[in-house]
Design a protein around this ligand. Structure first.
Ligand code: PMP
Length: 321
């Protein structure tokens, strides 16, 4: 799909995967005006193709568009287009346990212009690729490093939008974490360097003294669709869940007094990732003896059960094709 100022979005088409040609002065190369999404198509146990809450991805794409001064897309048309595309590529959805077809919708500014202003032209493209399971043997606790030098997002910035620049600013922290043998970075807030925000590609949850706590959406955290889904599942199961500010000190204290019971991340790629170790400054906190917690396991089973159609979708989240 293309956008031209004065014409709007036009020319929806499905074409074979191929390179695209852009002017060297296309604004995306210079000023980072881009947004994207990430979602998956699954093959269910009864052999249907299934999308999980794809409507929410296009809603979020439009919220990112608004922040990045990109014209809104028609969410319903985008969903219809995606359904057609997945239907055409149905055979590319792998059907081994834990596998899926990863879907990456994205919009880039294409106007050839070196002036700093919102572009007058855009491409909206959806690419897809079969993906294996994130962890070879189902779910596995990961090690996370709390980043204290760099920040990913600040109040009033673009943290809650899914835009390339957020990921560029996160690379340095990710590099440090990888070098130390950690899977991902846990980001703290950009003002006081104290409140927990999120992990590189997941939102984060802490179970302290029987209560599941996740940072409230504050404008600099990506509103994860898995995060929202898991909050709803926890409420449905009657498990106490709180969306509120939570500081790293509260987590350290809970670890010290033995009430930090579970930590896990949520995300489209990560599904539910239990955290087995959290490192903050020189403190390596082992969580739940490095094992998968009860809540993490329950959420993983529920989420994958819905996505692979082995449990009934009473939430109305699944779209069968
Ligand atoms: N935070 C960040 C920074 C992410 O990139 C992702 C992955 N999209 C998430 C959280 C989780 O979001 P979702 O559950 O919608 O995949």
């Amino acid at each position: 799909l293309d956008y031209t100022d004065g014409v709007g979005w036009h020319d929806p088409r499905i074409v074979p995967y191929q390179p695209i040609s852009l002017d060297p002065s296309a604004m995306i190369f210079h000023y980072g005006q881009s947004v994207f999404e990430g979602l998956k198509a699954y093959v269910t146990v009864d052999n249907d193709a299934l999308l999980f809450r794809a409507d929410q991805n296009f809603k979020r794409l439009n919220r990112s568009n608004e922040r990045l001064c990109i014209p809104a897309i028609d969410e319903e048309l985008a969903l219809e287009g995606l359904k057609q595309l997945v239907t055409v590529d149905r055979d590319w959805i792998p059907n081994n346990p834990g596998t899926s077809l990863y879907i990456r919708p994205f919009i880039i500014a294409t106007e050839p212009n070196l002036g700093v202003h919102p572009s007058k032209k855009y491409h909206f493209i959806i690419i897809m690729s079969p993906s294996g399971s994130y962890y070879k043997e189902g779910i596995n606790p990961v090690k996370i490093l709390v980043e204290e030098q760099f920040v990913r997002a600040v109040k009033g910035g673009t943290g809650e939008a899914k835009t390339g620049g957020n990921y560029a600013s996160a690379l340095k922290g990710q590099e440090i974490a990888s070098r130390e043998g950690y899977a991902q970075t846990l980001w703290l807030d950009g003002k006081e360097n104290k409140y927990i925000e999120e992990v590189g590609s997941m939102n984060i949850f802490f179970k302290i003294n029987g209560i599941v706590i996740t940072p409230a959406l504050n404008g600099s955290i990506l509103p994860g669709i898995t995060r929202d889904s898991m909050i709803q599942v926890l409420k449905f199961k009657g498990i106490p869940v709180e969306e509120r500010q939570i500081s790293i000190d509260e987590v350290v204290e809970a670890h010290q007094n033995g009430t930090l019971e579970e930590v896990f991340g949520t995300g489209t790629a990560a599904v539910i990732s239990p955290v087995g170790e959290l490192k903050y400054l020189d403190d390596k906190m082992s969580i739940n003896k490095g094992e998968i917690g009860e809540i993490s396991q329950m959420l993983y089973d529920t989420l994958t059960g819905l996505q692979y159609g082995s449990i009934d979708d009473t939430f109305g989240w699944t779209i069968r094709l």
